[in-house]
Write a protein that binds this ligand. Structure first.
Ligand SMILES: [Zn+2]
Length: 152
C-alpha cells in the first residue's frame, strides 16, 4: 500500500516497457535479518517472484531513511529520500540475479526514471515536482558513482 501511495505502480508501468524479465513484486514487508547498513531490499526467488522489505536491524526503516537524508545536510527531505529508497528497490526488478553491477544499474535506472518525471513535470509547469525529482536524481547519481567505485 505504501508503495502505491509513493507511485510504485506508476514506476512499474514505466519499467514494464523497458524490462525483458522483471521480478514480479508480490508483497512488502519487514526483516531484521540483513546487515545494519541496509535500509531495504528486494528479495526474490529464481523464478523472479519478489518482496520488498524494510530492514529493522540497527533501527527502523524510517530511522534509517532519516539518517540517510541527514547525510545530505538539508538538501534532500526525508520524504524524498524514502521515495529514492523505494524506487531503488523497485529498480532491482530489472537488476536482480544479474550479478556484478546490480547496484550501479539500479541507481542508473532511478536516474532515468527521474529524468522522465522531470520532463513530464516541466511540460506541466510543476516546478515543485521538477525540483523534487532533481534532488532524488542527485542521490541516485551519487549512489551510482559509489557503486561504480566499489564495483557493485
Ligand atoms: Zn540496491
Amino acid at each position: 500500500m505504501l508503495l502505491k501511495l509513493l507511485k510504485g505502480q506508476e514506476f512499474v508501468n514505466y519499467a514494464k516497457g523497458r524490462l525483458s524479465s522483471p521480478v514480479d513484486v508480490v508483497g512488502y514487508g519487514a526483516t531484521d535479518n540483513l546487515d545494519d547498513r541496509v535500509i531495504a531490499a528486494l528479495l526474490s526467488t529464481r523464478d523472479k517472484v519478489g518482496v520488498i522489505v524494510g530492514n529493522y536491524t540497527g533501527g527502523s526503516f524510517e530511522e534509517k531513511v532519516q539518517r540517510f537524508a541527514a547525510s545530505y545536510q538539508g538538501q534532500v527531505s526525508h520524504d524524498e529520500m524514502r521515495e529514492f529508497v523505494l524506487l531503488h528497490e523497485l529498480s532491482h526488478q530489472a537488476a536482480a540475479n544479474e550479478g556484478h553491477g546490480v547496484e550501479y544499474r539500479a541507481n542508473a535506472y532511478v536516474e532515468s526514471y527521474c529524468a522522465h518525471k522531470i520532463k513530464a513535470a516541466k511540460a506541466k509547469g510543476d516546478h515543485a515536482s521538477v525540483a523534487r525529482y532533481q534532488r532524488i536524481s542527485k542521490v541516485a547519481k551519487d549512489m551510482k558513482n559509489k557503486a561504480k567505485k566499489s564495483g557493485k
